[in-house]
Design a protein. Structure first.
Length: 489
């Protein structure tokens, strides 16, 4: 037995972190602080874009601002393709994870120190690229801590996901307070500090990860490296030309990101299904993953409206007074994070207790769409109310349903994608799962453009009803999906 194999087995047999391998703690910590910086910045981004200049903002039209936030979120997930490819073919997931975290920190520094549209452009591009490199590879490394059929796997991803939401809670909490009391750029600076803390914690435990995380699983031949670099240069030139000519602009950026992300996912499904390195069982599982991908797209197109439409709703429609004190607008984003922190351990425990008797992944995904559809319909009782008339507790109830739906599809999707991934497409399969979030997040900006505080009923009713119908349709596909998954649930 090689030393590499023995080290990996020792890690996978470890139970020091609440019954899970200890390296889960380092990845948990890095993801916590990365999400602190991401959600802390994202929490105030839409406000920064559409607030008047006199209030410290850039005075964009609100629909354009919501669209940009959706497009940016989609670009983060689109960038996971590049990050995962570099990990699988060039550097390995661990190195990509580390250097991506540095890029994220630099992006937040740009937002904090560079005023106006220049700071927004540089900051969002860097954070999107860095987050793309970090997201898929952090999840891939969590997957490396477990055997394929380890019953702790879903529970481990759920604990990891709790770290995501601890960061998602602390980020908007602190940046929202700083923005409300001092200004936007101080809030962006806090996001940079949070990312620096995450880097420091992760750097102390990098050597404890399995040896498989340190190298490319499918190394790119040296002769093809020049072609890769040339493709990057050509892509950058095309993007610049499209932007300078106005073909791509702030008003349609969300559509472009959604389309490119969907196209990239289709290409990946084709490549994985036709690769000679993909076995027959793996090919069948990839095909079974496609309906789950579509379900995930629909879910995220609704859930990610928290950062655009629902933040704007908090600004104008929600009663934010608590015993005479008005909470910051962006704090509406804290509510889902609080619920995830509270209920992720509950869901994790349920999956651990049920083990192989738990409901299958396709069923969980269908139920997620039904729950979030019901949540959207619950906006209807206050759809015609006056400004600031929706009770905070009612919005909290709606967001509780958001979270129950999220816990049925998001951490489960990470685990599911790592289980069905062909051996030579490990990080890239997780990137495909994140692409579903990318398409959905970009579409959340598209959908948000139709929201109007003056006529809300058509918006909430049509989206809620469509989600419930699609959730029921997803449930009907459970049996053929399970058959194609060949033993994976």
């Amino acid at each position: 037995m090689s030393s590499s194999t023995s080290t990996t087995e020792a890690v996978r047999n470890d139970t020091r972190f609440f019954g899970h391998p200890l390296p889960l703690m380092q990845l948990f910590s890095l993801e916590l602080w990365e999400r602190f910086s991401y959600y802390g910045m994202n929490g105030i981004l839409v406000l920064y874009l559409y607030f008047q200049v006199s209030d410290g903002g850039l005075a964009m039209p609100q629909p354009t601002a919501i669209g940009i936030v959706g497009a940016y979120g989609g670009a983060v997930f689109l960038a996971t393709i590049l990050g995962a490819w570099v990990a699988d073919r060039l550097l390995g997931p661990e190195k990509v994870l580390f250097y991506s975290a540095i890029i994220i920190m630099v992006g937040h520094i740009c937002l904090a120190l560079v005023p106006g549209y220049g700071g927004v452009a540089a900051g969002l591009i860097l954070v999107a690229l860095g987050s793309g490199g970090l997201k898929a590879n952090a999840s891939a490394l969590v997957g490396e801590l477990y055997e394929e059929k380890d019953p702790r796997r879903d529970a481990g991803f759920t604990l990891f996901y709790m770290g995501v939401n601890l960061g998602a809670f602390l980020g908007p909490l602190i940046t929202g307070l700083l923005q409300d009391s001092i200004g936007f750029h101080v809030g962006f600076g806090a996001a940079a500090v949070g990312m620096a803390l995450g880097l420091i914690i992760y750097a102390t435990g990098r050597k404890k990860l399995p040896d498989e995380a340190r190298g490319a699983v499918n190394p790119l031949p040296g002769s093809k490296l020049v072609l890769f670099l040339l493709a990057i240069v050509v892509a950058v030139i095309i993007i610049v030309v499209l932007w300078m000519t106005g073909v791509v602009n702030p008003d349609n950026l969300d559509w472009w990101i959604a389309g490119i992300s969907a196209g990239a996912a289709i290409c990946y499904f084709i490549v994985m299904s036709t690769s000679p390195q993909t076995s027959a069982d793996e090919r069948s599982r990839v095909a079974a993953f496609i309906p789950f991908f579509v379900t995930s797209v629909v879910f995220w197109s609704l859930y990610q409206q928290i950062f655009g439409t629902i933040t704007a709703y908090s600004d104008t429609q929600m009663n934010r007074e608590i015993f005479g004190w008005e909470m910051p607008i962006s704090w509406v984003q804290l509510i889902p994070a609080i619920f995830v922190i509270a209920f992720a351990p509950v869901f994790s425990t349920i999956w651990m207790k049920l083990g192989p008797r738990q409901i299958s992944t396709p069923v969980k995904a269908g139920l997620a769409l039904i729950l979030i559809g019901i949540a959207f319909l619950l906006f209807l009782p206050f759809a015609n109310g006056e400004a600031h008339s929706t009770p905070l507790l009612w919005v909290a109830l709606i967001l509780l349903l958001f979270v129950f739906a999220e816990l049925l599809i998001s951490p489960i999707g990470l685990s599911f994608s790592s289980k069905v991934a062909p051996k030579v497409f490990q990080s890239q399969m997780i990137a495909v799962f994140f692409l579903s979030s990318g398409v959905g997040t970009a579409l959340s900006g598209v959908l948000g453009g139709y929201y109007s505080a003056d006529n809300q009923t058509p918006y909430w009713s049509s989206i809620g009803a469509a989600s419930i119908v699609l959730g029921l349709l997803a449930l009907t596909l459970t049996k053929p999906m399970l058959k194609a998954l060949r033993g994976i649930r």
